[in-house]
Design a binder for this molecule. Structure first.
Ligand code: NAD
Length: 262
């Protein structure tokens, strides 16, 4: 995809999982990738070197705790100074916590709102002026099928991911007159650190080993019986960032092994 060459892309929460796969995919297209996360600088830089070796592309690392709006402002300012103003913003960082509502820790609720919903609000509001100036921009918010349907004991995740899809639609409509799009990606289950924790707790609760617990859970949740591959999610994100996707606006695009078709 020629149009991605030389563009600057910030991918939040990209030291692992879906975000890292997106970073690899965009870097392989010649995009200047900015990896972000909570790791120490030297560990983040190691991930950038590995990415450069695998893709032949370039990446830099910025650390910021997305619970803190001041750190988000510093992140966007720092990226713009180092790599250039952001053309592609992938709001991927997210946290998960599963608990009955009566026991749901207030701190977890506040962290989920901050990371899953308020952080994308801040990054978008801070990136849109430069995108408007350049006349081009792509925003992809990594939501979830939990943004489209409910599940017991996930009040924080369901609320924030539904909210993120609402934010996506509003921003997409506001920017519909520009070559700036805003879309949401709604993955089903993919094996990443967030899901690993859920499978581990299911396997402990049911006295199963990890592979059996994975098979059981996935076949319960996903009609395909298979996990979604992070590389496939990254390809969809790459498409949403392309010129060909210019009129995909405000979509909540699923890749979920058929889950939401049920
Ligand atoms: P992951 O754990 O690899 O990624 C989450 C990232 O968010 C990590 O890099 C983490 O450092 C970052 N993060 C968390 N709290 C942060 C904070 N306070 N400040 C800065 N960064 C913070 O897991 P993943 O599955 O790749 O998750 C990526 C996104 O995909 C999340 O938004 C998640 O909700 C969503 N998602 C994942 C799945 C799945 O099955 N894996 C399904 C649907 C949606």
């Amino acid at each position: 995809m020629k149009n991605l060459h030389g563009k600057v892309a910030l991918i939040t929460g990209s030291t692992s999982g879906i975000g890292l796969a997106v970073a690899h995919k965009l870097a392989s297209q010649g995009t200047r990738v900015v990896i972000h996360g909570l790791l120490a600088q030297k560990d983040g830089e190691l991930i950038c070197r590995e990415l450069a070796e695998h893709t032949g592309g370039t990446a830099s690392y910025h650390r910021a705790d997305l619970r803190n709006p001041e750190e988000i402002s510093a992140l966007i300012g720092g990226v713009s100074e180092d790599a250039g103003e952001i053309d592609i913003l992938i709001n991927n960082a997210g946290v998960q916590h599963v608990s009955p509502i009566q026991d749901f820790a207030v701190e977890c609720w506040n962290d989920m709102l901050a990371v899953n919903l308020s952080a994308p609000f801040h990054t978008i509001r801070l990136c849109v002026p430069a995108m408007k100036k350049k006349g081009w921009g792509r925003i992809v918010n990594v939501a979830s099928i939990s943004g489209l349907r409910g599940r017991a004991e996930k009040p924080g995740y369901n609320a924030t991911k539904h909210g993120l899809i609402g934010l996506t639609k509003s921003v997409a409509l506001e920017l519909a007159g520009y070559d700036i799009t805003c879309n949401a990606l709604c993955p089903g289950w993919a094996l990443t650190p967030i899901v690993q924790k859920q499978i581990e707790s299911f396997s402990k609760k049911n006295g199963m080993d990890f592979p059996t617990a994975t098979r059981e859970l996935v076949s319960l949740r996903q009609p395909s019986g298979r996990l979604v591959k992070v590389e496939h999610l990254a390809s969809l994100v790459m498409f949403l960032c392309s010129d060909e996707a210019a009129e995909v606006r405000g979509a909540a695009w699923t890749m979920d092994g058929g889950t939401t078709a049920q």
